[in-house]
Every structure is written in structure tokens, then in C-alpha cells.
Design a protein around this ligand. Sequence first.
Ligand code: RIB
Ligand code: CA
Length: 309
Amino acid sequence: MDPGIDDAWALVVASGVATVQGVSTVAGNVPLSNTFGNAQRILEVLDRAKIPIYPGASNPLLGPLITAKAFHGEFGLGQWRGREVDIPPDQLRVWTHWAALCADLKTTHLIATGPLTNLATALLAHPQLANAWASVTVMCGALPGSQIDKAQEFNVYVDPHAADIVFHWTQHLQLIGINVAHKAVIPLSDLKRLESYSRVGTMLSQMLGYYSQRSRGEGGNPTAFPIDDVVAVAAVLQPDLFSWEELPLAVVREGPLRGTVVLSPVDLKRPPIKVAVNVNASAFRDWLWQSMDAAYGVPGTPTPNEIQS
Ligand code: RIB
Ligand code: CA
């Protein structure tokens, strides 16, 4: 992840209704020193400071880092003060940690909500990781031919080479593209619901008050805003909210179409990727607020699965 405000909400939701075994951060929305320190601060507010955080890459595989400070603020979390950490050069990086865990990841789901530099680096250094996780979900790119409101999605644009490596090697991969994430938007009027979640709600209010004003209208509705990375968490916890197609994918890595996701040439023999085609936006929104109520609202509120059963 590259917290980043929608990454932060994704971590809040995942920590509230699932078991987060670890976090790794990558340079993206803001530099690695900010994404790493921000992840620390978010887990502290969630009373989950024991969850290990591993730093990853400071830059994309090739070329300079492009940040998204215009959307996430100078330090990455809008009006909520995160943290900036000077990471010691010898600090264990996430790909070394993943390689050590490799045989024990079969029941773990990896969710990537930033540029895919960490995962690509891991796959190149430790190819056995290609089939290690129960599933890998990436918020990245878009269903080929579907990109109506964005020529390129940020995560794949920042590191197109990493995304292409991940699409080439990873087994059990599913992709949430901007075409679907921008359908699962949240009305600005929903933001008042954050007031019922005490200090977690205060943190999210200061982040989302900033982010919603800069991203509103991205899904086509000027009174709503996207939370792309939270949709990736829903794809793992509530896959039935989505419809899927299986396609081998590639990435345009250079030139004016850099970062565009296309169908992979057949001769590359790439594994099919489960690509989200559509989402039940109202059911996603219900799941999100039921999850927040269960995890951070009035004690005893049933979780979405308890409500469904
Ligand atoms: O394009 C949306 C993605 O880019 C999200 O992950 C957001 O956090 C930014 O990283
Ligand atoms: Ca992100």
C-alpha cells in the first residue's frame, strides 16, 4: 500500500472485519518515508501497532517517482498528520520477509493498493512466490477498453514495468480496475457517518474531508467520490459483489499510452487474470458501512456476514 487516504480506509476496514497479518508500504502517492510512517500511525490509532510493517521500494523499477500529493496532501493523509520515517538502509525489506514466509502463505490473501514495485521485485528475486498466496488482488489499471474517464490509472502509470511483471508471473491474480472502482463511489452526504466511530472516525474525517473535495466527480457523479483501495478489500471479503472475466493482460510501458492495460499477446502464454467487469455499487456501500458499524460503531453491531446469514 501507499497510504494515501483510500489506502488508509482500506486498512481500517480490513483491520476491523478481517485478520491483517502484515503491512508493506511502497513509494506511490507519497515517498516511502511517508507511506511507511503513515502506516505506523494508522495502526496505532486502530490499536493494532503489533501488526508488522515492512518497507519496500523507494522508487518505481525504471524512472522517477510520480506522487499524487494533489489528492492526498503533502504528507499523504490530507489534514490528518501522519508520520515521516527515515528507514535504515539495512531494514528488512518486504520481499525478503515474503520469501522467508513462502511455504506458510497458502491461506493468506495479498491485497496490493499501490504501485506494484514491491511484488514485482519479490517475483524477480524469489520466483517461488508466484504461486504462494491463496489469492493476490491488485487495485491497478482497468478492464481493457473500458477506461472512459482516465487514460491511465495511477498505480499502473507510476510503475508500468512492475505491473507487467506481476501480470506475467502471478498465479491466482484478480484485478480491480478504475472502471469498477469508479462505479463504487460514496456520496459526500455519507461522510457524516464517520462521526459515530470515535477516534477512528475523527482520523478518517480529517483524511476524507480533504480527499473527497479533490476526487469528487471522478466516477461521473459530482456529489460522490471514489475510494478505489477499499473496493480491492471488498473484492476479497465480498467477491459476489462483483462480476468477473478471465483475461491474460499486458501493460503499455512507454510512450503516450504508458500505463494502459491491454489484452496480452497469446504467444506470451500469460496466466488468465480474474478482472472485475462490474460491481453492485449500492451493495458495496451497504457492506462498507455495515463493516464500519460492526468494527468501530456501537458495540454488538452484527458484521455484514452475520447480517447475511
Ligand atoms: O488510481 C487509484 C490508485 O492510485 C489508488 O490506489 C490510490 O491510492 C492511488 O494510489
Ligand atoms: Ca493506493
